[in-house]
Design a protein around this ligand. Structure first.
Ligand code: C5P
Length: 283
């Protein structure tokens, strides 16, 4: 599948946050963060095809918006404008094969947007400098720049200023996705209400949003505790949730633990290094 054939297919990998510290509020309404992003081998597949007519998105998941609210559409509009073209974007149809659960803190929508930023300049035959692409990414959302890089990386400021870190030793991730979603905006609002207070009775969680999300959705704490009892070396909420994850040293250990959570939406996936991410993305 190549640009010459008029079609590009990319995998858009999910992320987890190995830790997440909310350091305070910012004057732009966002929150100052320090977080460690980690790619996992669970991905949406995006197929970009040259076509006649306006830029269009199709998706196999009815829960995924296909109009201008989709970050892929907004990425398309930004690339179109950055390439000096006028009006609404046209000439490409994007099909999203959605595998990464939405509103789960796994960055599915942001990863799709980063894939669009990489693919669309090829299909529209424009060269966009890497620093411009990074700027467009951070305009789209705080964690979109991370998905241009992948692997293990520290996210600072809004999470959009990145410091690549050495890849962690490969681990297996058990992801449990409860049957409700959490809006990131809302979760940060809960953090504001709690004024950053954390319970003194508990050991601090790896993720500062966990306490405020678990206060509304107690199942989150039950799931992380259970993952720890099942032998996870780290169990935490991912981003603003609702997904929780446990890290395990081997696939066998992860699958044994995953079996305990039957009845939930559960995924077992390995972590990906930055190199693997880049290599696998184009397959
Ligand atoms: O940047 P993105 O659109 O993904 O963020 C969604 C919402 O999450 C923001 O509108 C903001 O309310 C909140 N957020 C935040 N601080 C961050 C990242 C996100 O307050 N660092």
């Amino acid at each position: 599948m190549s640009v010459a054939s008029g079609r590009v297919r990319l995998s858009a990998f999910a992320k987890i946050n190995l830790d997440l510290r909310v350091l305070g509020t910012r004057s732009d309404g966002y929150h100052e963060l320090r977080t460690t992003f980690q790619s996992v081998a669970l991905a949406d597949t995006l197929t970009f095809t040259r076509s006649r007519g306006p830029f269009r998105i199709t998706c196999d998941d009815p829960a995924c918006p296909t109009g201008r609210r989709n970050l892929v559409w907004r990425a398309g509009a930004l690339v179109w404008k950055a390439s000096g073209r006028r009006g609404v974007p046209k000439g490409v149809t994007v099909h999203i094969d959605k595998r990464v659960p939405v509103q789960a803190g796994l960055g599915g929508g942001s990863s799709d947007a980063a894939a669009a930023l990489r693919a669309l300049p090829k299909l529209w035959r424009v060269r966009i400098a890497p620093h411009t692409l990074r700027r467009l990414a951070s305009e789209l959302g705080a964690d979109v720049p991370y998905f241009l890089e992948g692997g293990t990386a520290l996210g600072l400021n809004r999470g959009d200023v990145l410091v690549p870190l050495d890849d962690i030793a490969r681990a297996w991730v058990v992801l449990i996705v409860p049957d409700f979603g959490v809006s990131t905006k809302e979760a940060f609002g809960w953090w504001d209400e709690s004024a950053g207070r954390t319970s003194r009775r508990r050991a601090p969680a790896a993720n500062d949003l966990e306490a405020v999300v678990a206060a509304r959705h107690p199942i989150v704490r039950r799931l992380t505790s259970r993952l720890t009892r099942e032998g996870a070396s780290l169990a935490s909420l991912s981003g603003s949730g609702s997904a929780v994850f446990g890290l395990f040293a081997t696939r066998v250990m992860a699958e044994r633990a995953a079996a305990v959570f039957r009845g939930h939406r559960v995924f077992v996936a390995r972590t990906l290094s930055r190199r693997e991410c880049r290599k696998l993305a184009a397959n």
